[in-house]
Design a protein around this ligand. Structure first.
Ligand SMILES: Cc1ncc(COP(=O)(O)O)c(C=O)c1O
Length: 316
């Protein structure tokens, strides 16, 4: 498996070896968490479902009043160029995860720091979820509300997520962390959106206090195309624990089935029948079966550079 130093990254207008990227210690991204970001992935090396990520980061930039100096078309071309710059590593990786981070720079007036890094998709971290279902635990720490830092911004001020994950770890070291808002309604996980299925109806929280997940939108679209009923409404942890199926959506794995919520089993087949239908439709959309691809790369180790925000769920 390629090491991070083998990858070429984009940093403020230049392509360079990943290890040559030096971020200024005075960068407000580091000092204040004043950063917006996106995590994209390639699908069989192709830039699929990228328009939605680009639109979202430009909404994040607009709301946080940052000007990155590139227009959306230039941003798209730059990100595609990175696939070409790293194409010699594609076969070994299977696919790339791309982290695009933009900070305000070293002063409130910029200039901004733009950093796009390419990495292997960490298939080994999610094959067990596809196979056995992920565990989800609700933390006491709350999601931000749209009245504090609007969670629609994909920003890096994520101390609440880190604290929530530490709490979760005390309960179940393998669990992913889910949160609620100040009224107790389910919001999202630290890196995924949440869906339940009960009596054939899919429910997902409204977008008032969550990140508007790109894969959440894909799932909503696919469900509608399949003629499935899908509702965006307030749900509580109770609705997950008593659901027929629970699943998560996130760009890298697409859809992740859940087998336990707060240590209570979700009964039945994993993935459940509706989750399976949606996974199949996701596969059709991107042109291959996401689970098959992950299984074929699961024994490939990668450097553990992806943050604490994604609990590892690795076989020991
Ligand atoms: C807080 C949060 N919610 C939801 C998601 C899922 O978003 P997407 O489907 O765009 O990957 C992410 C992705 O990292 C996230 O960080």
């Amino acid at each position: 498996m390629p090491k991070m130093k083998d990858f070429t990254a984009y940093h403020n207008g230049e392509w360079k070896p990943w290890s040559d990227v030096k971020i200024d210690p005075l960068d407000l991204g580091f000092v204040l968490g004043d950063t917006v970001f996106e995590t994209l992935r390639t699908f069989n090396g192709k830039p699929l479902i990228w328009k939605e990520h680009i639109e979202r980061i430009y909404r994040s930039l607009k709301y946080t009043r940052m000007n990155c100096g590139l227009n959306p078309e230039e941003m798209y071309s730059m990100l595609v160029e990175g696939i070409n710059k790293n194409k010699n590593l594609l076969k070994e990786c299977g696919d790339f995860n791309i982290w695009l981070q933009i900070s305000r720079g070293t002063s409130m007036d910029g200039p901004p720091t733009i950093f796009a890094q390419y990495k292997p998709v960490p298939f080994d971290t999610f094959t067990d979820w596809y196979r056995d279902g992920a565990h989800v635990v609700f933390a006491k720490t709350k999601s931000h509300s749209f009245q504090t830092i609007d969670p629609k911004i994909k920003h890096s001020s994520r101390m609440n997520f880190v604290l929530a994950q530490l709490e979760t770890k005390d309960i179940d070291p393998n669990a992913l962390t889910a949160l609620t808002d100040l009224d107790g309604h389910v919001t999202e996980g630290t890196s995924f959106n949440i869906m339940t299925v009960k009596d054939g109806v899919i429910k997902t929280p409204t977008d008032s206090n969550i990140l508007q997940g790109v894969s959440r939108d894909v799932v909503i679209r696919l469900a509608k195309n399949l003629g499935l009923e899908i509702l965006e409404e307030n749900i509580q942890p109770y609705d997950l624990v008593t659901a027929d199926e629970v699943f998560l959506s996130r760009t890298t794995p697409g859809i992740v089935p859940v087998s336990k919520v707060d240590n209570v089993d979700i009964e039945g087949e994993i993935p459940g029948p509706i989750t399976q239908k949606l996974l199949a439709a996701y596969g059709e959309l991107v042109g291959f079966d996401l689970m098959d691809q992950a299984f074929s790369y699961e024994n490939v180790e990668h450097e553990d550079l992806i943050s604490t925000l994604n609990h590892r769920h690795k076989k020991k």
